[in-house]
Ligand binder design. Structure first.
Ligand SMILES: [Zn+2]
Length: 433
């Protein structure tokens, strides 16, 4: 049973009621209003740009005013701020490199951050995950989610260590640096939407650079398995763009539902897979996800995640950190990384791991270790927040037992993270109080 939140406004409920699960598509067809870009384009051209069915929804004056206010306060994270962060990231021991994959129209670099377990000898192939953000410059929420992903991945959190051990992350925090500095809404310096360039024989240079890099990675020994494309939408909810099986395949659709379901297990304020259904009946060719689908099919889980454009970092229910952590947990579950770092019952000679919960009363955790081990036991809620630090220290060989204090926790799904040495396992535990 997931926590039941009563956060929705009447307006959001009305939106859902009026438009149903296809609300976003319907809303787009009624979009109107001027687009401000700083390129001196004619109103007709603006209208033409805005008339296509953009996945991130209509842009209105209110949204533009919010973006201008952020920029005025210096919070819109321009290219210079990225360059400053790059200097810091370069010093982090888990950042293998920060490299340019190519130049923008105006000559800015498109930066790639490679994060993996540089401190460990690699003993098996790693899973490759890519994350790119800020295709649409004014969707700064996509950066804030990306920022939390980077901060977590380069941290000493045990889960981050486990992710680095088993995965390599390639992160592109600012795919459209010219657009960011020009404060365009969805365009590069040539007034082109980079989201829609992936089928062009001669795409814009930014799209060409990312496509070339993704091609290289796909042809490497460790091809991309998950490709996340971060955006934010004018819709009042967080959601993924689900690609219907009639535009993909039944198997891919099943995998998409699995991935989205996994992410939602960790952050239930992301809408279910059927909230935004696309590719229903035909497959567009211009999106990055199109390129992955036509070239690599079910081998790559390529999805667009939309956060909420109306939110800024001060909004009480913004939760960019929870969304970031849920995306990473979704990757862990989708790639079945828990079982790779397995301490599952009876499958590992080192540990015999079992969890007992008796009617929600006096729950405890027991497992065996063959020798002295460093053990850490933590509990997280559905927003990815640590609610209990249960144990952190060394244990002798033999059976270990820890009481799980669940008093005062509200009912819902929680996550128990157990680290034994460098091995981590995560177990869901429902709490009914
Ligand atoms: Zn977008």
């Amino acid at each position: 049973m997931k926590p039941n939140y009563s956060y929705r406004t009447i307006a959001a409920l009305f939106f859902l009621f009026a438009f149903g699960t296809h609300g976003i598509l319907l809303a787009q067809s009624t979009m109107a209003g001027p687009l401000i870009n700083h390129l001196g384009l004619s109103p007709d051209l603006d209208q033409m740009f805005e008339s296509h069915d953009d996945k991130c929804g209509p842009i209105d004056e209110k949204a533009l005013a919010a973006y201008r206010a952020l920029a005025a306060a210096g919070e819109d994270y321009k290219y210079d701020q990225l360059l400053g962060d790059i200097e810091l990231w370069k010093e982090n021991k888990y950042v293998e490199h920060v490299e340019s994959i190519g130049k923008s129209v105006q000559g800015r670099d498109i930066w790639e951050l490679k994060i993996t377990a540089t401190d460990r000898l690699q003993v098996r192939p790693r899973h490759t995950i890519t994350i790119h953000a800020r295709t649409h410059p004014h969707e700064i929420q996509s950066w804030w989610v990306c920022q939390h992903i980077i901060q977590f991945l380069i941290s000493d959190d045990p889960l981050a260590a486990a992710l680095r051990e088993q995965c390599t992350f390639y992160v592109y925090p600012m795919y459209n640096p010219d657009g960011v500095n020009l404060m365009t809404t969805r365009y590069n310096a040539n007034g082109v939407d980079l989201e829609r360039e992936w089928d062009k024989p001669a795409p814009q240079v930014e799209a060409a650079a990312l496509k070339r890099r993704y091609s290289e990675l796909m042809n490497s020994a460790e091809p991309i398995e998950v490709a996340l494309n971060l955006h934010s939408s004018s819709d009042p909810e967080r959601y993924f763009w689900y690609h219907h099986e009639s535009g993909t395949s039944a198997e891919f659709a099943r995998l998409e539902r699995e991935f989205i379901g996994n992410v939602r297990n960790w952050f239930s304020r992301i809408m279910p897979w059927d909230y935004a259904v696309s590719w229903n009946g035909s497959t567009p060719t211009h999106f990055p996800e199109s390129w992955f689908w036509f070239n690599f099919g079910t081998n790559v889980m390529a999805l667009t995640y939309e956060d909420i454009f109306a939110h800024n970092q001060q909004t009480p229910d913004a939760y960019f950190d929870s969304a970031a952590l849920a995306l990473l947990h979704g990757v862990v579950d989708y790639l079945n990384l828990n079982s790779v770092a397995s301490v599952d019952e009876g499958t590992n000679s080192l540990t015999n791991f079992s969890l007992s919960i008796i009617n929600g009363q006096n729950p405890s955790l027991t497992f065996r270790v063959a020798e002295r081990e460093d053990v850490e036991v933590r509990m997280f809620d559905g927003l990815g927040r640590e609610v209990r630090s249960i144990f952190n220290g060394s244990v002798s060989s033999g059976e270990q037992k820890f009481a799980l204090d669940i008093g005062n926790l509200s009912s819902g799904m929680y996550y128990l993270q157990v680290r034994v040495g460098s091995t981590i396992v995560v177990k869901q535990i429902p709490v009914l109080n």
